[in-house]
Structure formats: C-alpha cells, structure tokens
Design a protein around this ligand. Structure first.
Ligand code: NAP
Length: 343
C-alpha cells in the first residue's frame, strides 16, 4: 500500500512543491487548507499530476480546537502551516498563537496515532538568529532575542520550534521529529499567488526600497527546500534541526541581477546607501517604518548571515541550486504570473 502523508498548509508556496514531489513518488497525500472549496488557493494543487487519485484536500485552521485529529491515520506528517507575514496588527494573536498552538495541536493529535513514524516541522532561520553577528551559524544556535515587539514573526517561529522540542522531550511520543530551518526561500511558484519572500523581489523592483541598502540574505531555491522536506520524511539517519540555505547575495548584487533577468528597471534603486553613512541614516529612518519592517532593518542592516549547511547535504543527500539562477528563474516566474511586468 502507498505511504500516506498529512501535509498542513497545503496551498503554501513551499509546500505545494513538496506535494508535487510526493505525488510524483506515488505517495497518498492529505493536504490541509483553510478552505478546500476556494478555487484560487487550491486550483494549482488539483492540477498537479496524480492529484486526482493521490491528493485529498481537507479543511483545518491552526486556531481551531484540535484541527488535525481526523486526518492522522497516516505514516508521516509534514507540518508547514504557519503565518508568514512581517506586518500584523496583533503579533500575539496573528503570529505567535497560530504558530505555537497549531504546532502543539498537531503534535498532541499525532501522539495519539500509533501509525505515525515521523513529523517534519518547517521552522526557519528565524529560530536560529534574528541578528546575524558574523559568526558561522550552526544547528546549535537559537534566536533568544526576538519578542512581540522585536521581529515578531521570528519570535513566532522560535516559540513554535521550542514548543515542539519541549513536547518531544516531555511526552516521548512514538514518532520522531525532524526540523528544517530554511533561510530566504525564493523561486518559481506553482500558484498565481505571491508569498512574502518572493514579494521582496517585487518590492525591490517597485521602488519600495529607496536605495541599495547594506542588506544580505542567505537564499535557497524553493524546489530545494521542498525536496529537503520530502527527503527528511524518510531519510533513516535524519535527526534534529537542519539549516537549509544555499548561499548569500547582497542587495547590490540582487539589483544588478534583477535588471539582467528582465525585471523593469525604472524603479530599481540606484542610490548606494550600503556604506556606513547610509546604514546609519537608514537605521534612523527605520523608526518611521511599520513595526515589523523597522525592527527587521535595525537588526539586519550591515549584517552578513554566515552559516554552515553541511549537515543537511550530508544527512539528506541534497545539493543546492545556484542562487543567481534561482533569482533569474524567480524573475521569469514573477513575470509569468503578472507580478512583474517584462521590459
Ligand atoms: P505561505 O505560502 O504563506 O504558506 C503559509 C501557509 O500557512 C499557507 O498555506 C497558509 O494558509 C497557512 N496558514 C497560515 N495561517 C494559518 C492558519 N491560521 N490556519 C491554517 N493555515 C494557516 O508561505 P511559505 O513561504 O510557503 O511558508 C511556509 C512555511 O515555511 C511557514 O512555516 C514559514 O514560516 C516557513 N518558512 C518560510 C520561509 C520563506 O522564506 N518563504 C523561510 C523559512 C521558513 P492560507 O493561504 O490560508 O493563509
């Protein structure tokens, strides 16, 4: 009998690619979405090869009481649903509660099923650090600085991952937990919707950034992140956390590549404020930004995230695509979906 996998947040940017891979491997997938009857959010999943026979979509909201119990007669779980937004009205209600409660609801229900072998949880680099300090980050680093008023999204991911490991230590359920910690995920989207990380490329192109800033990201291709999750479900030696990032690119490089890849150039930032003076100026200006953006700028301007990605390559046997090619692929895909005009 084909192995069965429960996947939460099935319509999401990353997980849609994982579902495509699981279906291609012949798995039976139950995908939770908030509303299975919403054609905008589910059509791309129904169109996947083998979806008709291999994918069942069911309704689950992270904030409901016990949302997952009915769907846990499965072999594996991939828990990816979590709000990924930087600006919210109420960080506790809109970010932390769904991230933590959703994770705990899932684990509690999974612990009652004797069939589940492994839960793979999507955490984030947000749970590793919210203020890179030049050290090489490894899986033993934890973000202990975020709060409801400082990088609240990072706080939600840290709290959710901590809650998961605490649950495992306390309850000792019959399955094991593997956690993936992706950095900035970009790449082609299977749906026409745009998620928060690809939106950054649109924002840079649309003039949201007034200048080239001293920002640098650890990028990773969505197809590689999706693959890492699928491999983590079954890799016999997988254990613990996995930094999932390919390589860094700074904003100046990103801007030049956006132009080369065919993004509209009119509003691409030209003024270079990536030096010491510009960073000081932008740090002052960050206080005029919405809270989420402001605290992100204050903790990331002038800071280079360095990381060790050897564990994921060794244990899960994955390689990473070239980041420049991923940026180019993303631009082409954003044009295809109408999020960017072609020049
Ligand atoms: P996404 O497309 O926004 O996916 C988020 C998913 O979570 C969506 O399916 C969303 O459903 C679901 N969700 C949010 N709140 C929910 C709720 N209350 N109940 C049920 N479902 C809810 O973003 P993504 O980039 O693919 O992110 C997926 C996961 O990867 C998240 O856990 C995120 O924290 C993590 N991650 C992302 C990145 C990145 O750079 N993209 C990096 C590291 C980690 P709706 O569509 O209904 O809102």
């Amino acid at each position: 009998m084909a192995e069965q996998v429960l996947v939460t947040g099935a319509n999401g940017f990353i997980v849609s690619h994982s579902i495509a891979q699981l279906l291609a491997e012949g798995k039976q997938v139950i995908g939770t979405v908030r509303n299975p009857d919403d054609p905008v959010r589910t059509a791309h999943l129904r169109a996947l090869p083998r979806a008709e026979t291999g994918l069942r979509m069911v309704a689950a909201d992270l904030m409901s009481k016990d949302p997952f119990s009915d769907f846990l007669d499965v072999d594996f779980v991939l828990h990816m649903a979590s709000p990924y937004v930087l600006t919210v009205k109420d960080p506790q209600r809109d970010l932390v509660d769904p991230a933590v409660q959703g994770t705990l609801s899932l684990l509690r229900a999974a612990a009652r099923s004797s069939r589940i072998k492994r839960v793979v949880l999507t955490s984030s680099m947000a749970a590793i650090t919210d203020e890179p300090d030049g050290r090489v980050l490894t899986e033993s680093d934890w973000n202990d600085k975020s709060s409801l008023t400082r990088n609240a999204y990072y706080f939600s991911k840290t709290m959710a991952e901590r809650a998961a490991w605490e649950f495992m230590a306390r309850e000792k359920p019959g399955f094991d937990l593997v956690v993936i910690n992706p950095f900035m995920v970009i790449g082609p989207s299977l749906s026409a919707e745009i998620n928060t990380s690809n939106q950054i490329l649109v924002d840079v192109t649309a003039g949201v950034y007034p200048a080239i800033l001293a920002l640098e990201w650890g990028f990773v291709d969505v197809r590689d992140v999706a693959n890492a999750h699928v491999r983590a479900l079954a890799a016999p030696n997988a254990q613990g956390r996995y930094i999932c990032a390919a390589a860094n690119r700074n904003m100046a490089h990103l801007v030049s590549l956006l132009a080369k890849a065919g993004a509209p150039q009119a509003k691409l930032p030209k003024l270079d404020l990536s030096g010491g003076f510009g960073t000081g100026l932008m740090t002052l200006m960050s206080y005029a930004q919405p809270a989420g953006v402001g605290s992100y700028l204050r903790t990331h301007l002038g800071r280079v995230p360095r990381f060790d990605n050897t564990k994921i390559q060794r244990d899960l046997g994955i390689g990473f695509r070239d980041v420049d090619q991923t940026i180019i692929d993303t631009v082409h895909d954003l044009i295809r979906h109408g999020h960017l005009k072609s020049i």
